[in-house]
Design a binder for this molecule. Sequence first.
Ligand code: KIV
Length: 257
Amino acid sequence: MNKIKKILSEYVDLNQQISCVTCYDSSFSKILSDSGIDIILVGDSLGMVIKGEANTHSVTMQEIIYHSKCVAKNKNSAILMADMPINSYVDEESAFKNSQEILKNNVDIVKLEYKDQHKIIIEKLISNNIPVCAHLGYLPQFFPEAKDIRIYGKSDNEKNKIFNQAKILDEIGVDVILLECVESDLAKEITNISKTPVIGIGSGEYCNGQVQVLYDIIGVSENPPKFSTNFLQGSNSVEEAIKKFKNYVSKLNTKNS
Ligand code: KIV
């Protein structure tokens, strides 16, 4: 079992919720890690929140590496996860080479958006001891339009598809499953049957943890999603807001037990 899998599985065994927040620079990285955030994600949401683009598609390997380096400088003990950008994992070779490139920068685990053709790619990464988070549900790299943002898994077809994908990912041994905008009962079912820790965004409260985009939870995003809360409201500092988010996530623990 790799180190990341061991750490995250312990959270689940102890019934402790996992908190994850996106980050793109060293100043916020220090605030997030000092506030006890468990996973810091260099997300390709940087395409929107840093570069001002409409979607994640312009994000490159160089940009993910640059921002990962910035975040890694101040992350203390938090786990550092980074997105594999679009077109960086089109086949086994590119996925292996590019994930190695990302991991060289003190990144602990790579995340990629999962479609059925990625099973063989993920198996290659796992067989080379590369920690992997697989992203299911709403996949911004594959569904880039604002109209694509909706709850996934409401119809029986979509529900079965996502459920079976999660089952496969659990069986092949990914380290984390991330559910974005997945119908909450389905997210709960996936969480209940998986050995793998499941973290959710916009997928209800019944997961092993929650992930949010930093700027959505500190009131910076112009149009934050409905499922995010501005924790800066009523707080005296960004650090206090992040601690409130962490506390909110850890309380879901009692609710879910
Ligand atoms: O890129 C990102 O910020 C993400 C989160 C929305 C999970 O993938």
